[in-house]
Design a protein around this ligand. Structure first.
Ligand SMILES: [Zn+2]
Ligand SMILES: [Zn+2]
Length: 241
């Protein structure tokens, strides 16, 4: 056995002795899983019928329906795929990563995000790059990391598509939590740009973010990429708000 492997196993054994494996959701003891059965059962998968464009679950409607979020909009991405509803344990874990800087949650959130790669809307597609949604640089410094980039890194390990940091945020935007859709769109106008000396000409790109709420941020990013000559843009988020 190579020395490095032996060291790694030794360290993992020590870690398990002092810090037994625990559920990422509720911190109870588990063996071999990242979530306990209760937390795993708390996740709410988004399955059809749902909006084909923005993945919004349809409440009670069967068959095809016109989504009130995007029925009157023409998004610059082809599809925004999300596998899970933003609620309960998942919502808490996203908050803990984003605001509590709990980087140990990256693998479990990466696992849940990567389930979106099997979605029929993007499964057969090839992508030239994963594009994390950038933060404005002062905000990134405050938080020391960009959760979209952390998620994109997890995704990269599972799909072998390179991360291409082609976007930058050129304007700080106020927190959007309490804005309606129209206010969000105003707030985001001209917030993103292509980085200097990068080309996305002819590329097929997958935007990566934590949560899809109204789609305004992802739409604005997709608009910049398409105007820069990208062949196509899809989006994958961990959760749908
Ligand atoms: Zn749990
Ligand atoms: Zn929709």
């Amino acid at each position: 056995m190579p020395v490095l492997d032996a060291c790694r196993i030794g360290l993992e054994t020590l870690r398990d002795l002092f810090f037994p494996a625990h559920c990422s959701g509720c911190l109870c003891a588990v063996s071999g899983e990242d979530l306990c059965p209760e937390c795993q059962a708390d996740l709410k998968p988004i399955t059809p019928p749902r909006c084909p464009v923005c993945s919004r679950p349809s409440r009670g409607t069967l068959g095809s329906f016109v989504c009130t979020n995007c029925g009157d909009r023409d998004f610059h991405f082809d599809y925004a795929v999300a596998c899970w509803e933003s609620r309960g344990v998942l919502r808490e874990m996203i908050h803990r990563l984003k605001y509590g800087r709990e980087l140990t949650l990256a693998p479990v959130l990466g696992r849940l995000l990567s389930e979106g790669l099997a979605d029929e809307r993007i499964r057969g597609r090839t992508f030239d790059g994963l594009v994390p949604v950038p933060l404005f640089s002062t905000r990134e410094r405050e938080r020391e990391f960009n959760q979209s980039e952390i998620l994109a890194r997890q995704l990269q390990k599972r799909c072998n598509v390179p991360i291409v940091k082609v976007l930058r945020r050129i304007r700080s935007t106020t927190t959007q939590t309490h804005f309606d859709r129209h206010m969000r769109m105003q707030n985001l106008r001209d917030a993103f740009a292509l980085r200097q000396n990068v080309s996305v000409q002819g590329q097929k790109l997958l935007l990566v973010d934590d949560v899809f709420t109204t789609g305004s941020t992802l739409d604005e990013c997709a608009r910049v990429l398409r105007e820069g000559g990208a062949h196509s843009v899809c989006a994958l988020t961990l959760a749908r708000g």
